[in-house]
Write a protein that binds this ligand. Structure first.
Ligand code: GLU
Length: 277
């Protein structure tokens, strides 16, 4: 077993992250496997070295150890860009100039409960030659799905909420995921879906252990794996740590930051107990 904890250093480590990290660490250690630490810091605007340092300090305080040096995605941008080129060459990406406001306006009805509205496809069909500086690059999901064998779009989940083998349903993928951004607006740097899927393969990750909030987005990573000829790891989407009101913890919930509990005198053992381990 080879797994990883892959935080984005855009805020403090909170209870939800701690649960993810401890779970992945303990599963790897129990299996005599490998546990890696990866900083998903390709969002150069929001990622901060001081958050990275704080996360590393908290993980060490929790008693976790990782194998090898920390993998920092910002140091490997060129490798991810090569993968963007592969998809561009395959005619699967298109440039997009839409702002969030444009996207909202183009949607006839607000999409209730959706994390981010699914892109309505305004720029789909635009040739790459029309790319303007600052344009995002989007995956033409329909074109990608048309090119892939549906039987190969499968993954296994060993987590408690979605156990079993899953097939990617193209209709659901269109409705829930849509034409995701793979090259970010502004700097054109690769976005999470591609960088993370590429690294999981490149680092030989056999088990991806992460929160159940990412389950719905796993199909897009499986689609990218097939398009790029990468293997699919086993996924273990774990339950989410919620606050007393049942709300999922987010980075802005600084009240749940591990550093705060630590300052108040909690021990690593207390944190394990608080997340139900
Ligand atoms: N960087 C992502 C996050 O902050 C990690 C997602 C994953 O583990 O694939 O949640």
């Amino acid at each position: 077993m080879r797994t990883r904890f892959a935080p984005s250093p855009t805020g403090p480590l909170h209870l939800g992250h701690a649960y993810s990290a401890i779970l992945a660490h303990d599963m790897a250690r129990r299996a005599g496997g490998t546990f890696l630490l990866r900083m998903e810091d390709t969002d150069l605007q929001r990622s901060r070295p001081e958050w990275e340092a704080a996360i590393i300090e908290d993980l060490a305080w929790l008693g976790l150890s990782w194998d090898g040096p920390v993998h920092r995605q910002s140091e490997h941008i060129a490798r991810y860009n090569d993968r963007l080129e592969t998809l561009t060459g395959g005619g699967l990406l298109y440039p997009c100039s839409c702002t969030r406001g444009d996207i909202r306006a183009a949607l006839s009805a607000p999409q209730e409960g959706a994390v981010a509205p699914v892109y309505p496809g305004t720029c789909r069909g635009r040739p790459m030659a029309s790319r303007l500086p600052g344009d995002a690059l989007r995956l033409d999901l329909g074109a990608a799905l048309a090119r892939l064998d549906p039987a190969a779009l499968v993954f296994t989940d060993t987590g408690p909420e979605h156990p079993g083998r899953h097939s990617v349903d193209p209709e659901v993928a269109r409705r829930v995921i849509g034409d995701v951004v793979l090259g970010r607006k502004g700097d054109g740097i690769v976005a999470y879906f591609l960088a993370s899927a590429f690294d999981d393969a490149d680092q030989g990750i056999t088990h991806v252990i992460r929160g159940a909030d990412l389950f719905d987005y796993t199909p897009v990573q499986v689609i990218l794996q097939r398009l790029l000829g990468l293997p699919t790891p086993v996924y273990h989407h774990h339950r989410l740590i919620r606050d007393e009101a049942g709300k999922r913890l987010a980075k802005r919930d600084d009240a749940r930051a591990i550093g705060k509990y630590r300052d108040e005198g909690a021990t690593a053992h207390d944190i394990r107990r608080m997340v139900g381990l």
